[in-house]
Design a protein. Structure first.
Length: 147
């Protein structure tokens, strides 16, 4: 695996974790939103990640170049899913979105869980940034060998 493949793999991780942090920020910002365009309370959003590869290949009879052409490495976003857990209901008959029994459907966002996810995403982002920094340092050190 070449130095640029390492950087591309980590860069895809940076992009994925940035999207994850954006979704977490949206979830926290909408943790009290009781009405959306769909006519219901806000639903928590989550990123679903998968492996970033072109096609499955059998590398037994392929050269290194063929393997690198068919495998890009890293991570990609498969979809942004909505959490289907039930809404939290709060009794507030004065609320404009209250049902006939006086209960308001509140978003299924747990702010504490979102903060834990934010810390995890931040750590993964930092790890990918560190890999890129170290790969760059190794490339610079390799260039110094020829001097």
């Amino acid at each position: 695996m070449g130095i640029f493949n390492i950087m591309n793999t980590s860069a895809s991780g940076l992009t994925a974790e940035r999207l994850r942090m954006d979704l977490i920020a949206d979830n926290i910002a909408n943790s009290q939103t009781t009405r959306t365009e769909k006519g219901e309370a806000y639903r928590r959003k989550m990123a679903v990640f998968g492996e970033n590869k072109k096609d499955f290949i059998v590398p037994m009879n392929l050269t290194k170049d063929d393997v690198e052409k068919n495998y890009t490495g890293g991570v990609k976003v498969l979809k942004i899913a909505e959490d289907q857990t039930p809404f939290n209901y709060v009794y507030d008959p004065e609320h404009p979105d209250a049902n006939e029994k006086g209960y308001v459907a509140m978003p299924n966002v747990n702010v504490v869980l979102e903060m834990v996810d934010m810390i995890t995403a931040t750590r993964a982002y930092e790890a990918n940034a560190t890999v890129i920094t170290n790969a760059k340092s190794m490339a610079q050190a390799a260039l110094q060998i020829g001097k």
